[in-house]
Design a protein around this ligand. Structure first.
Ligand code: MN
Length: 402
């Protein structure tokens, strides 16, 4: 077919983004408390430290101490951050904390020191311990053969296990939840490390941070760091959520640990008879009109340079106008839909059609008014950048096909 020129994909990433599905978001949000004052403070301390924004870090440290973080807890946050943003920024954060404490002491404020870290046993097998910590974070065994960067440069994989996971995540004083909040905030605020930010969002969900809490974290970043960083973060969260639904675990293993083949966990509740791949999670986002479901299928974006998701549109639903920096390929597996490039006619697409969408071509895709549409969306060259979202496809534009 001749829309073989489609381009569709990224959206799906996008799709995932704004999610607040009626069901999922509400279920999760209604019974979950928002981020504690302590966690909110950790978000800001981690974000400003990671960006080297000491002017904002200073007040964030005061607020953190006022809101119940102990001195030792903040020390742990700053210590952990060196693994993500390097010694220079970590050390500047530590120096800033010292200055803040001096200032508060001079004003007669008596801050709680808090629990002292338990000394680590020197003879323990750190590599094994690192594996155990990673298993706790991901909820799955870490025993696959090395692949990807771990095979290419095994030393870095040993450092990750022995050092990041055993020596840092293995410390007490902070919980895994505290550490994942720290990491997600730092990575989203730094930018340029999207696969890792997404992995840690998955780990955060695994250790009990809720979707609503991660959304609140992103709102804090939007307000205190930048709208662009938060927008990318929301996109990544949607992807992390789709992976959770689809696979239920190991969102994080791909980062520091192992790549693993996509495992499609069948989830009958989410599956529709006429969808070859899992239907996934319903998402609601400003980037879409109507009801859209997404399930991420492939998981190792770094290795393959692409993201693959199964996207289902209800009749009448569609993406906004958008473009993908690395292009997109749509494989239509069910139903009928529309595809349109800016300046061109709306094309009808049906099961069996392939739409090749070149990089940066502005377009939209979605169901027809009377039929569902399911396509596998392959975001190609995905590391070139996030989907660029534009305005909604108006009803007038959408119905122009007729
Ligand atoms: Mn697209």
């Amino acid at each position: 077919m001749e829309n073989a020129k489609g381009r569709i994909l990224i959206a799906f990433t996008v799709l995932l983004l704004g999610v607040s599905s009626t069901t999922n978001a509400q279920d999760r949000a209604s019974d979950t408390p928002s981020l504690s004052a302590r966690h909110q403070s950790i978000v800001l301390i981690a974000s400003h430290t990671a960006r080297g924004d000491l002017e904002r870090l200073t007040p964030a440290l005061h607020v953190g101490l006022d809101s119940g973080l102990t001195i030792n807890e903040i020390k742990e946050v700053l210590l952990q951050l060196y693994a993500y943003c390097g010694f220079p920024r970590s050390l500047r954060g530590i120096n800033t904390l010292m200055a803040v404490l001096e200032n508060r002491e001079a004003r007669g404020i008596d801050d709680a020191v808090g629990a002292t870290p338990t000394p680590q046993v020197s003879h323990e097998d750190r590599y094994e311990k690192g594996k155990q910590v990673l298993e706790a974070l991901t909820g799955r065994p870490q025993n696959r053969p090395r692949s990807g960067y771990a095979a290419f440069l095994p030393t870095i994989e040993v450092f990750l296990k022995e050092h990041l996971f055993a020596a840092i995540f293995g410390r007490d004083v902070l919980s895994y939840q505290d550490r994942e909040i720290t990491t997600v905030a730092a990575l989203v605020s730094m930018g340029g490390v999207e696969p890792f930010a997404r992995s840690h969002m998955g780990l955060a969900l695994n250790v009990g941070i809720t979707e609503a809490q991660l959304r609140q974290l992103l709102t804090l970043i939007e307000t205190n760091v930048g709208e662009a960083e938060a927008a990318v973060g929301r996109d990544l969260l949607s992807q992390a959520l789709a992976w959770q639904v689809d696979r239920g675990d190991d969102v994080g293993g791909r980062e520091e640990g192992d790549q693993q083949a996509a495992q499609h966990r069948s989830s009958p509740g989410n599956q529709v008879a006429n969808t070859l791949f899992p239907k996934g999670r319903r998402i609601t986002s400003d980037n879409f009109t109507g009801a859209v479901w997404v399930a991420m299928l492939a998981t190792d974006e770094e290795a393959f340079g692409s993201r693959i998701g199964n996207v289902t549109f209800e009749p009448g639903s569609r993406t906004n106008w958008h473009s993908h920096p690395g292009g997109q390929i749509l494989l239509v597996t069910h139903g009928a839909g529309y595809y349109q490039e800016q300046g061109g006619p709306i094309q009808l697409i049906r099961r069996g059609d392939v739409v090749e969408i070149r990089p940066d071509v502005v377009h939209w895709h979605g169901a027809t008014p009377s039929s569902e549409l399911t396509h596998v969306a392959v975001v190609t060259n995905s590391l070139r950048g996030a989907t660029v979202w534009l305005q909604p496809v108006t009803d007038r534009e959408y119905h122009r096909f007729w």
